[in-house]
Ligand binder design. Structure first.
Ligand code: DQA
Length: 136
């Protein structure tokens, strides 16, 4: 399951110098072409909807790839939801958050995640998917 948080619906249009000019829907097609892998996708700009989705899939799916956008740096509730579920979560970011503003250097989510992948553009999602495919 891939979950994208706020403003990631604008990928391709939003600050293309940082986030690239390809929409997530276009990139998702290439992820879905992988043999033997079923990829579901959910995007929301609403914190509670992200939490509801984590609860919904968090006891049955093989893995969750989460880009919580700005909520990464602010949301105690998303962090608690990750701790509450049993499915492993990989935190991903398109940009290298450590090369950006200081407020992006800290993640409230990371300590409850399996790991963090940051800075590889859309390939961050592919790298996370590789992990789940290999360990399954
Ligand atoms: C982001 C990084 C966050 O700091 C930012 O708020 C985003 C996108 C990334 O994918 O690089 O919305 O998660």
């Amino acid at each position: 399951m891939i979950i994208n948080g706020p403003n990631l619906n604008l990928l391709g249009k939003r600050e293309p110098g940082i986030y690239g000019d390809v929409s997530f829907e276009t990139y998702l097609e290439s992820l879905k072409k992988r043999d033997g892998v079923e990829v579901d996708y959910f995007q929301s700009n609403v914190e509670g909807e992200i939490i509801n989705k984590l609860h919904e899939v968090g006891f049955s799916f093989d893995g969750i790839i989460l880009n919580a956008g700005g909520y990464t740096h602010t949301s105690v509730s998303i962090s608690d939801a990750i701790a509450a579920i049993s499915v492993p979560v990989i935190e991903v970011h398109l940009s290298n958050v450590y090369a950006r503003e200081e407020y992006r250097h800290h993640s409230l989510l990371a300590k409850n995640c399996k790991g963090v992948i940051s800075g590889f553009g859309l390939e961050s999602y592919s790298l996370a998917l590789d992990y789940f495919v290999r360990i399954k």
